[in-house]
Write a new protein. Structure first.
Lengths: 190, 306
């Protein structure tokens, strides 16, 4: 923020960085070979719905706006903090990433850009139970990924998360600031 | 329905008023320094003392505020919801996460302070967490985080520094008049002139003090409106912030003043002013009247709905 903005008490809205998303399919291969984790086939897009998005006041409007083809399974839910989740089903990780990116781009075009919080991709052990589920969270404003491995009862497997980071550092833009590895309890993405 | 972001973010009237308030404060700085120079003595002394006071107030703002509010820093395990809300807001706004605190008092309020965004602390009272729903609490925290992003502690410290300087000048002038007047009383016309000059200095610096104080308060009110605006834009729903304001301010009006006076010193960092001032106190108020804030928010709501 510049001096002028400070003096006048203004903040700029932050535009999302979407491009780093496309590195995920490569990282998915690493996750499979190193940690036996495969895509759960679900991804979610988390955003804060605000006033003024008049054309998208209902979940149906939003689905229509995003205009997915009929084969895609899409659902919209609202979490307990009032953030909306657009959840997409697609067994193929590459097309899952493409669909999430497409949804992002459409939302940015319609003025939702500053409202986007994160995208979440589910990963599950290929041979259950394994070490547990891991979600790869993509922070929209930072353009970085971090792993989130909830173990139930609002606990997370930090050791596994740090291991994921070690393996993926080469493939992905990982979030360096650990304080930004936000916990997403009860998230609707498997 | 794509709309330009800059149009929403800027409120020109507000910017212009803030600019002129700031300009007037700078002019006052110049006047005060010339008054100091006209006194001649103690210039270095005055500047060093005032500077040290202002700087420590600025540097330790987070600790002072936490201490005077009896607020304690809380971990995510202690207050998961509060942390979760702050986490998400900071990621949305792409700002560093401040420390999070809770003040165990029933008065519904919140404040944010700290010299830089990295050293900031955002704090809510137990009362506000009980009274507001999650979305309203989020709106209040967005308002507070906007204060952090706007660096309001730095801006308000510099601004109130003017008032402090003016106060010091008038006190030093008074002090030297009393001492000097007693010691040089018999020296005739020369001595009288000095007394007259010093009396004039006192009057002038008191007038400056009052004006500086009023300007600082005006600046504080504008910055409240600016934080309302940025906070509302961050959550995307001005109406939720408006409803939080109504709940908090409505309740505050009902609580007896005796409970509230304890927090008087903290007024300018609060979400809602702790003291319910009368109409005569308007010029000296740190926060704009509720109706002004609500009107600004509904104007913003209309803008967002294009």
């Amino acid at each position: 923020m510049g001096l002028r903005d400070t003096l006048l008490g203004r903040t700029k809205q932050v535009a999302p960085k979407l491009d780093n998303l496309f590195a995920l399919p490569t990282a998915a291969l690493t996750l499979q070979s190193e940690l036996d984790l495969v895509s759960s086939g679900e991804a979610g897009l988390c955003f804060k719905a605000g006033s003024g998005e008049a054309t998208t006041s209902t979940d149906d409007d939003l689905t229509a706006l995003l205009d997915f083809d009929e084969t895609v399974k899409v659902s919209i839910t609202t979490d307990d903090l009032g953030f909306k989740w657009l959840v997409i089903d697609d067994p193929d990780i590459s097309s899952l990433v493409t669909r999430i990116h497409g949804a992002n781009t459409t939302m940015v075009e319609h003025g939702f850009g500053p409202r986007l919080l994160c995208a979440v991709f589910g990963f599950v052990p290929k041979t259950p139970p394994g070490e547990g589920d891991v979600r790869m969270v993509y922070l929209m404003k930072q353009g970085t990924f971090y792993p989130f491995a909830p173990t139930g009862n609002e606990q997370r497997n930090n050791e596994l998360e740090l291991r994921v980071r070690t393996f993926l550092e080469q493939d992905l833009a990982m979030e360096k600031e650990l304080s930004r590895w936000m916990a997403l309890w009860n998230l609707p993405v498997k | 329905m794509a709309k330009s972001d800059t149009k929403i973010e800027r409120d020109h009237g507000l910017s212009v008023r803030m600019f002129f308030t700031g300009l007037a404060l700078v002019v006052l700085y110049v006047i005060i320094i010339s008054v100091l120079l006209s006194i001649g003595v103690g210039l270095v002394f005055v500047i060093v003392i005032a500077g040290a006071l202002i700087f420590s107030q600025y540097y330790f703002s987070d600790k002072i505020a936490m201490w005077s509010m009896h607020a304690k820093e809380v971990t995510p395990a202690q207050e998961p919801k509060l942390h979760e809300i702050v986490d998400r807001l900071c990621l949305l706004a792409n700002m560093p996460k401040p420390r999070v605190g809770v003040a165990e008092m029933d008065m519904p309020n919140a404040f944010a302070t700290g010299r830089t965004p990295k050293h900031a602390v955002v704090c809510a009272t137990r009362g506000i967490m009980k009274r507001l729903n999650d979305e309203e609490l989020e709106a209040v925290l967005a308002h507070e985080l906007s204060h952090v992003a706007h660096r309001d502690v730095a801006v308000m410290t510099i601004a109130s520094g003017v008032g402090m300087l003016a106060g010091l000048v008038s006190r030093i002038a008074l002090w030297s008049t009393l001492l000097g007047g007693g010691g040089r009383g018999g020296r005739g016309r020369g001595g009288q002139n000095i007394v007259l000059i010093e009396l004039a200095t006192i009057v002038i610096s008191i007038v400056i003090y009052v004006i500086a104080y009023m300007l600082t308060m005006a600046l504080s009110r504008y910055r409240e409106l600016a934080a309302d605006r940025s906070g509302a834009i961050l959550i995307g729903k001005p109406s939720v912030l408006a409803s939080a304001l109504v709940h908090v301010t409505g309740d505050i009006g009902k609580i007896p003043r005796t409970d509230l006076r304890k927090t008087e010193g903290m007024n300018s960092f609060f979400f809602a002013p702790a003291l319910a001032g009368g109409t005569t106190a308007k010029l000296f108020s740190t926060h704009p009247p509720l109706q002004v804030r609500l009107d600004a928010l509904s104007k913003l709501e209309r803008e967002l709905n294009g």
